[in-house]
Design a protein around this ligand. Structure first.
Ligand code: NI
Length: 223
């Protein structure tokens, strides 16, 4: 019985992911694509999964199969700080702290979220995968962190600079890794992943939050 229940919980977000429109056409892409779900499904899911963890599970992850696809993913990760700076240069400063929806992050919160998830999540996870045998990686509760740390009251430049520094540290660990190191494994969110999977998750995570910020930018230009 317990086993059955667990299967349903993990299968649910996968099925949902398929009925969602592609992120690009959602207009306002969000911190959590679950905001598009009917309320009862949200409540059902919220009992076992926090929104951030569920969102990460939703991502259809590309499998990085060879050095070429790995290099392309790493290149994308390296470009994110520049993309962030570009988006905020074009954004009306008055919109930086505005949530497009009460359940979503404001652009400022998106960046502090990226900052903390990089420093305390991905950077640590990469280091542990490369130095430990099958480590059990910590999952972070991004929504809770945003509230407890009052992202909304913090300043933007420190978030962008800190994220860029943390991302550079992550990339330094990945530089010129032999292919077999990309297959090093870990346990994360109750499954076995390898370093390639983790990098795919980072790319998708960046993409989701960049789209969310872009959504606010577009709406501020239109307004
Ligand atoms: Ni996130």
């Amino acid at each position: 019985m317990a086993k059955f229940r667990r299967l349903r919980i993990t299968a649910l977000p996968m099925r949902i992911a398929r009925v969602l429109p592609p992120k690009d056409v959602q207009g306002k892409s969000s911190h959590s694509s679950l905001s598009y779900l009917p309320q009862f499904m949200l409540e059902l899911g919220a009992r076992k999964l926090n929104i951030e963890a569920a969102r990460e599970r939703n991502l259809h992850q590309e499998i990085l199969v060879n050095q070429e696809t790995i290099d392309a993913a790493v290149k994308q990760l390296a470009e994110t700080p520049m993309r962030l700076r570009d988006l905020f240069e074009r954004m009306d400063p008055a919109k930086v702290r505005i949530k497009p929806d009460p359940t979503l992050f404001s652009p400022l919160e998106d960046v502090w979220h990226l900052h903390d998830i990089e420093r305390e999540g991905y950077l640590i996870r990469i280091r542990r995968i490369l130095t430990e045998e099958l480590p059990v990686l910590e999952n972070l509760d991004g929504d809770r962190m945003a509230i407890e740390r009052r992202y909304i009251e913090l300043e933007l430049p420190a978030a962008i600079d800190g994220f860029a520094a943390a991302r550079a540290a992550s990339l330094a660990l990945l530089r010129e890794l032999p292919l077999q190191d990309w297959m090093r494994r870990a346990e994360f969110e109750n499954r076995i992943i390898d370093l390639r999977t983790l990098i795919s998750m980072m790319v998708e995570h960046d993409r989701g939050h960049l789209l969310s910020i872009q959504g606010v930018l577009v709406s501020s230009v239109a307004a």
